[in-house]
Design a protein around this ligand. Structure first.
Ligand SMILES: Cc1cc2nc3c(=O)[nH]c(=O)nc-3n(C[C@H](O)[C@H](O)[C@H](O)COP(=O)(O)O)c2cc1C
Length: 179
């Protein structure tokens, strides 16, 4: 078991996947279980995951993340988790109280995050992909318009073990303590 803080430091967006190393089903299953048990507002669990390792389907999925020359690295990625958001009914009392809040995408993000860290824990690498053609992905999987395709998680083995230095705003600009 790795240390939590070490795990956080090791997760980075991988854009250099090893095309010759498929991801074991058991590892994807553990990632999926981590995503499944994530917290959500009113326990609404608005997420669904389509986990794709099928070569033929991936050939159709990849171009839908690569429009306008983006995300070229997905061509070497062997597995994808398409992260969906479906309507959930929050408890009436809560949905009235928080009517200006849209919790579902927040819930989906928590769940996707748990997926990614479970992948890192198992020696896999991930890239969260927000640049994708939502409508065409709906068509590819026969999804209704009410289903949002929020993210695609690219999952595989990195071709190199070297981690980049994290580029972040200065911590004092984003964290404030009141003590
Ligand atoms: C919602 C979201 C969408 C993202 N979409 C993309 C994407 O389409 N392509 C890509 O290469 N990286 C994408 N990223 C990865 C970010 O660029 C990356 O997390 C950020 O630069 C920090 O780098 P790190 O993940 O390596 O720490 C996305 C990340 C998030 C959270």
């Amino acid at each position: 078991m790795s240390d939590y803080f070490d795990l956080i430091a090791r997760r980075e967006s991988c854009r250099n996947f090893d095309p010759n190393r498929p991801v074991e089903h058991e590892k994807l299953q553990r990632c999926a279980e981590a995503a499944w048990i994530a917290p959500s507002a009113c326990n609404g669990q608005p997420w669904k995951y389509l986990i794709v390792t099928n070569a033929e389907l991936n050939e159709k999925l990849r171009p839908l993340m690569m429009e306008l020359g983006m995300n070229k690295f997905v061509k070497n990625c062997p597995a994808f988790a398409v992260v969906l958001e479906e309507n959930t009914v929050l408890k009436v009392s809560l949905s009235q109280k928080f009517k200006d809040q849209d919790f579902a995408p927040i819930d989906v993000a928590f769940s996707a995050s748990q997926f990614c860290y479970a992948a890192t824990e198992q020696g896999l690498s991930t890239c969260i992909i927000g640049w994708h053609n939502e409508q065409k992905i709906r068509e590819l999987f026969g999804l209704p318009k009410s289903t949002r395709v929020r993210l695609i998680l690219a999952v595989g083995y990195a071709a190199s073990d070297t981690l980049r230095k994290k580029q972040r705003k200065p911590i004092e600009d984003v964290i404030k303590f009141y003590e």
